[in-house]
Design a protein around this ligand. Structure first.
Ligand code: IMP
Ligand code: MG
Length: 178
């Protein structure tokens, strides 16, 4: 990030706080999925930093798959359309699936993914998201595991982008309105 852009950013969640919450999610998931061999399906690209940490705090055997989805074409403008590509390369029939998201906003992305995965007849589908913007929800979805509820602010860092930038920030920041 260029120094002149720093004033736009407000620290929302520091690294240590995020780490603690991810460890807790990992413990919960490990308990709930004992002997279930879950498949974690990460939603690219926002999931990557969170998922890398999450899987390392899960103590039961898991598999990792990825799916690409984007509902924000660029920057901060929400788009109604959800574009999807990729998806699990293995059969998920009869398997326990856990969708891994960086942030759930309107819920459309996750809803679209669930709709597609359901056709493949998994035993169960749950969602784990680092951030939940529950105030912004436009569709009815059940989130079983959430790290933080962050209100309706646009946030960046820890995998989350603004126009593909800032995913590498090790903390989560709020973009201040100019
Ligand atoms: P939804 O379909 O409205 O739930 O949007 C989820 C997707 O929108 C996420 O996977 C992100 O790519 C993007 N998104 C929503 N809110 C934010 C935000 O605050 N920062 C960065 N990306 C966001
Ligand atoms: Mg994005």
């Amino acid at each position: 990030m260029k120094p002149q852009e720093l004033h736009k950013l407000e620290l929302l969640l520091p690294q240590d706080k995020i780490a603690k919450v991810i460890k807790k999610l990992g413990r919960q998931i490990s308990e709930d999925y004992e002997d279930k061999d879950p498949i974690l399906i990460g939603v690219l690209k926002g999931c990557v930093v969170f998922m890398a940490d999450l899987v390392r705090s899960i103590s039961v055997p898991i598999e990792m798959e990825f799916i690409s989805a984007s509902s924000y074409a660029n920057g901060r403008t929400p788009e109604e359309k959800v574009d999807m590509s990729g998806g699990p390369e293995i059969s998920i029939k009869g398997r326990h699936v856990l969708i891994v998201e960086g942030v759930v906003d309107s819920g459309r992305t996750v809803q679209t993914i669930i709709g597609q995965l359901r056709q493949k007849e998994p035993a169960s589908i749950e969602i784990v998201t680092l951030l939940d913007k529950s105030k912004c929800r436009l569709v009815d979805i059940d989130i079983k595991y959430r790290g933080f509820d962050v209100g309706d602010d646009f946030v960046i860092g820890y995998g989350l982008d603004e126009a593909q930038k800032y995913r590498n920030l090790p903390f989560i920041g709020k973009v201040a309105n100019e």
